[in-house]
Design a protein. Structure first.
Length: 127
């Protein structure tokens, strides 16, 4: 059954592919990008269970990220509790993994491609 869960992996996407053109300097404080974080693989949560799960989002190309403030924001219709909130360091490179918890009494299945969070990218940050 475990192999069946990994059959339908979500395709990866790279943050750098979302920024083909640089935003003019005078507009930077007004711009905010919200990108969906999707589950890489199907995950089953038993009652009271927490798991670190992989998303399909990969942070790459430091030149793009060094100018951005990266923040995780909640998805409105998530059936589990999101435990990994806050900001992401501009030095972080790699796949985003998040901690999800099922505090209900039911077993929940989240399929590949389910939205678990948003990553908000702002072209400025406090230094």
């Amino acid at each position: 059954m475990l192999n069946k869960l990994h059959e339908n992996d979500e395709d990866d996407y790279y943050i750098s592919s979302f920024f083909p053109v640089e935003v003019p300097y005078h507009l930077q404080p007004l711009v905010e990008h919200r990108i969906k974080l999707k589950l890489k693989q199907t995950v089953i949560f038993h009652a009271g269970e927490s798991q670190y799960v992989e998303t399909s989002c990969i942070l790459d190309e430091r030149k793009t990220r060094s100018k951005l403030c990266l923040t995780l924001k909640p998805y409105e219709h998530l059936p589990v509790t999101f435990e990994s909130g806050g900001s992401i360091s501009s030095k972080f490179k790699g796949r985003i993994k998040v901690n999800l918890s099922n505090y209900s009494c039911n077993t929940l299945k989240m399929v590949t491609g389910s939205i678990v969070r948003y990553i908000v990218l702002q072209p400025h940050s406090l230094k």
